[in-house]
Write a protein that binds this ligand. Sequence first.
Ligand SMILES: [Zn+2]
Ligand SMILES: [Zn+2]
Length: 180
Amino acid sequence: MTIAINTAVFLATLAGMEVFAWFAHKYVMHGWGWGWHRSHHEPREGWFEKNDLYAVVFAALAIVLIALGNAGWHPLEWIGAGMTAYGFLYFLAHDGLVHRRWPFRYVPRNGYLKRLYQAHLMHHAVRGKEGCVSFGFLRAPSVEALKKQLRELHDGPLQSAASSAAAKEGGGDPSIDRGT
Ligand SMILES: [Zn+2]
Ligand SMILES: [Zn+2]
């Protein structure tokens, strides 16, 4: 029974993290936390960006939860494990797949990974803090849905930025500048 509860807590945390990440990205990172997140929307110099501090904070929180759980405050360790799993998936897909912070190139051509990849490029289609779409990550809406949202948010010039990002992605050379 305990295993079932722990598994349920783990999976609920994993799913809940996507909801949490959406809110945090939209209202904190693109709000009062923009000071750290801005670096992620500008070209990166070197290996690290200030935005990585968010990952450090969440990792520290997960470590504290796991330690508390192991000290008897169950099931906090499974909440910490769910956060860690989400962080790992986010790191693989966001930092690796989309932003290529690894030494090889892989562009997904179909299916879920392609949708995820495109949806995050749409987040980077708008320059700066305001008027962005696609704040979630693992739950990736279609490019069409995101373009529609962008059109509703903006009239005019920003649309072309968004469609050129999508076109680049779909075309022969899908390379993007890191963080733009
Ligand atoms: Zn952002
Ligand atoms: Zn990004």
